[in-house]
Design a protein around this ligand. Structure first.
Ligand code: RP5
Length: 181
């Protein structure tokens, strides 16, 4: 059921959960309830043409699956993992402890504590086990950060990122001009 929901939500977004080519980025999350937020990361990767996969992997409900995903990611060709979770958000940190790959953490607002619990759970990592943490619910920035990281070894991708920045700037300028007229 979760897999079907995942597929249909991603289809709406134009992002498939699995790609024919080897995924370079793994987007994982603790629950399908994180998907409305986490699909923004998939949307960015699709926009930049970065092959990716989307999976539900819970640190608490499916710990064995988390271990096996994190331990095998590098061999599967994954280069970056984006991990989103809410509440006691242990997924990104645990995954970072199991893989040498860079992990980007997305704190999802999922409880009465408004996401502060998720943010602190993800950002307060012990020395030696880094997780690059983005703002609460900001999976868009997780996708963009992954593109920038991959861009270090991929000139085409970096050029597309520069274009994206230019487009963003033009967009803001247009809005500002509109306000003045
Ligand atoms: C976390 O618990 C998940 O990442 C999610 O953000 C939160 C709530 O999960 P559900 O109870 O909605 O499945 O593990």
């Amino acid at each position: 059921i979760v897999e079907a929901r995942l597929k249909s939500m991603l289809k709406e977004e134009g992002s498939e959960s699995r790609t024919a080519v080897t995924p370079r980025v793994g987007i994982i999350m603790g629950s399908d309830s994180d998907l409305p937020i986490m699909k923004d990361a998939a949307r960015i990767l699709t926009m930049f043409g970065v092959p990716h996969e989307v999976r539900i992997v819970s640190a608490h409900r499916t710990p064995e699956m988390m271990f096996s995903y994190a331990l095998s990611a590098q061999d599967q060709g994954i280069q970056i993992i984006i991990a989103g979770a809410g509440g006691a958000a242990h997924l990104p940190g645990m995954v970072a402890s199991l893989t040498p790959l860079p992990v980007i953490g997305v704190p999802v607002r999922a409880s009465a504590l408004d996401g502060m619990d998720s943010l602190l759970s993800i950002v307060q990592m012990p020395r030696g086990v880094p997780v690059a943490t983005v703002a609460i619910n900001n999976a868009t920035n997780a996708g963009l950060l992954a593109v920038r990281m991959l861009g270090v070894g991929d000139a085409d991708l970096l050029a597309r990122m520069s274009q994206y920045q230019e487009d963003t700037r033009d967009d803001v300028m247009k809005k500002a001009e509109k306000l003045q007229t």
